[in-house]
Write a protein that binds this ligand. Structure first.
Ligand code: ATP
Length: 429
């Protein structure tokens, strides 16, 4: 029998008032229709960890779609329903989204290896989940509002910093959970308990049979964590990495490169240089032995067109940065721009891993400057200044961009004067 805990006070303290009220309201409407409503999953976990999370996942014992439709009728906003999964997303007028799912949906098959025992609907739902810390619910129906549902001792595991599976075949049934375990370990500085760790180790080879598309999804999330190198290290410890990608690099080299990549990313982020979530491609990339291999292996990962492009430009940028005579730690920003203006931030981050420390820093500085650049003169300004529009605009504007990058204090007038000179000299030839 799970211990009774009440978390209403924690919710009040931890959640934005609008979220708290929204939960109360959903709970009230559910109760009036004789349905039970539970907040579940990551948000419950993060609530107990005092971490911000407003991804409201709600499981309804009853018809979740019907409830969503009525909520929308009563309180506005919009809904999207997926009848086949018995789920609905209600977008509240405040902009917050609520996922409503009818319990007993079959989005995960019930663990085949387990005897089917009598369980309440919500308990069954929670039992299909990955780890005890993610398998708690909070009742939000009015009468029991704030009651913590903790059948598998998730609360204790949260306090002990423990990642624990709910049953022994969990990783065999879904090997991507191994990567999820590592991700949560990394994010919270938690650890798998001894048994879970052993089960993960034994099941690691099952990762071979997971589709590359699913692996890509989990990898991208793993490498987006603050401490991506710790995740990579753990993947190596558990011998997962070799079932996901083959590389002949030493573990030490892989970890060093991922550390460098993470350092670059952090410096980018600290300076508001944006990176796409597809940044994980760069991680894959730096793990391969050589760049040609990178392309061959990456091809098996069902990359999107965009991701393929990122990979190709990374390869190209590595060559530019490490081989071009014009690129050196002393090169002017403009020179970097001439060579790499078309190379995206993500690709540059990946490529800079292969530069030495000094060159890397110069490259980072370039990206930061380029990111801050707001061109003073565009096509409109040129036309206003009396220039005749034409294909040469592109080249002029690029030159002006370079001048502005190298002379941050320059004015628009000065840039236009320069454009005049360029054009005049161009006309002479
Ligand atoms: P994050 O903060 O990274 O979004 P999350 O726990 O919310 O973490 P999601 O991947 O959005 O992560 O999953 C939501 C919930 O669904 C989890 O808390 C977990 O209970 C369940 N879940 C997700 N993936 C699996 C899986 N592969 N196996 C079992 N349960 C899963």
């Amino acid at each position: 029998i799970p211990m009774k805990r009440q978390v209403t006070e924690t919710m009040k303290k931890q959640l934005p008032p609008v979220i708290f009220q929204l939960l109360e309201l959903i709970g009230k409407e559910a109760a009036e229709r004789d349905m039970n409503a539970f907040l579940i999953g990551g948000m419950v976990r993060d609530l107990l960890l005092n971490r911000d999370n407003v991804d409201m996942d709600i499981v309804i014992e009853g018809d979740g779609i019907l409830l969503a439709e009525e909520l929308q009728k009563l309180y506005g906003g919009s809904i999207r329903t997926h009848k086949q999964f018995r789920t609905a997303v209600w977008k509240h007028p405040s902009g917050f989204k609520v996922d409503l799912t009818s319990a007993r949906t079959e989005y995960y098959d019930f663990p085949a290896a387990l005897p089917k025992v009598e369980m309440s609907t919500i308990k069954e739902d929670l039992f299909r989940r990955d780890f005890t810390i993610n398998a708690m619910g909070v009742c939000i129906s009015t009468q029991e509002f704030g009651d913590l549902l903790d059948y598998f001792h998730g609360y204790e595991d949260i306090n002990k910093g423990r990642i624990r599976v709910l049953y022994n075949l969990s990783f065999v049934e879904d090997p991507t959970r191994i990567l999820r375990a590592i991700r949560f370990e990394t994010r919270f500085s938690f650890q798998m308990d001894a048994q879970t760790h052993e089960l993960a180790r034994q099941a690691a080879n099952n990762l071979r049979s997971v589709s590359k598309a699913r692996l890509a999804g989990e990898l991208s999330r793993m490498f987006y964590e603050e401490d991506a190198p710790a995740g990579a290290k753990r993947m190596i410890d558990l011998s997962c990495l070799n079932y996901i990608i083959s590389t002949s690099l030493s573990e030490k080299t892989i970890l060093q490169r991922i550390q460098l990549l993470t350092d670059v990313r952090k410096e980018f982020e600290a300076n508001h240089v944006k990176m796409k979530p597809s940044f994980w491609i760069e991680h894959l990339f730096v793990m391969f032995q050589d760049h040609h291999q990178a392309l061959i292996h990456a091809a098996t990962f069902a990359l999107s067109k965009d991701d393929k492009h990122t990979l190709n430009t990374t390869l190209h940028a590595v060559t530019t940065i490490t081989d071009s005579a014009d690129i050196s730690p002393l090169a002017q920003t403009g020179e970097w721009h001439r060579q790499l203006s078309q190379t995206k931030n993500e690709a540059l981050a990946g490529a800079l891993v292969f530069a030495d420390a000094e060159l890397r820093q110069a490259g980072i500085n370039y990206v930061i400057k380029r990111n801050q650049l707001i061109p003073l003169v565009g096509g409109k300004e040129l036309i206003n200044a009396g220039f005749k529009p034409g294909p040469h605009f592109k080249d002029i504007l690029f030159e002006l961009e370079i001048i502005q990058l190298e002379n941050p204090d320059i004015t628009a007038d000065e840039l236009l004067q320069y454009a005049n000179r360029v054009l005049a000299s161009g006309n002479e030839t």
